[in-house]
Design a protein. Structure first.
Length: 149
């Protein structure tokens, strides 16, 4: 039994397993130029969480473009025309390119549907919480995409 455990540990340590969210590549992610378009809050949170670096001294580096948008969509109404449910949606497009062509492009889309609240203040507060959660999920997807790439 002890031999089996030792062999199992030996194979497990030699299989090349690494946690996906290790972030080892993210500290080394330098770009010649970082351009952001769209929703300022989403882009600021993405850049702050992942900490891409801009290095204008090395013109051999690639360029990064992040284009993000946020929208709240009315998904259903009652017979009086009152909104009954909403869908919040975040779309973030990450494009890595060099001077000549696009190297990599990925769209990250997250959405969440919810019912209307009676109190408008509570509804706005809930929509902000939903937006924060969707931004965090987009950031996790970007980290996963960069670590796998």
């Amino acid at each position: 039994m002890k031999k089996f455990i030792l062999i199992f540990i030996f194979f497990l340590s030699g299989c090349g397993y690494e946690p996906v969210f290790l972030n080892k590549n993210l500290d080394d992610m330098e770009f010649y130029k970082i351009t952001v378009k769209g929703d300022i809050e989403i882009n600021r949170r993405i850049l702050g969480s992942i900490s891409f670096k801009e290095n204008r001294l090395n013109d051999k580096l690639d360029d990064l473009l992040i284009n993000s948008s946020f929208e709240i969509i009315e998904t259903s109404k009652d017979s009086k025309g009152q909104v009954e449910s909403y869908k919040s949606r975040i779309v973030s497009n990450l494009i890595i390119s060099n001077k000549k062509k696009e190297i990599s492009s990925k769209n990250f889309i997250k959405e969440f549907s919810y019912n209307v609240k009676d109190n408008k203040f509570e509804l706005v507060r809930y929509q902000n919480e939903v937006k924060d959660n969707l931004i965090n999920k987009i950031i996790e997807d970007i980290i996963l995409y960069i670590n796998i790439k």
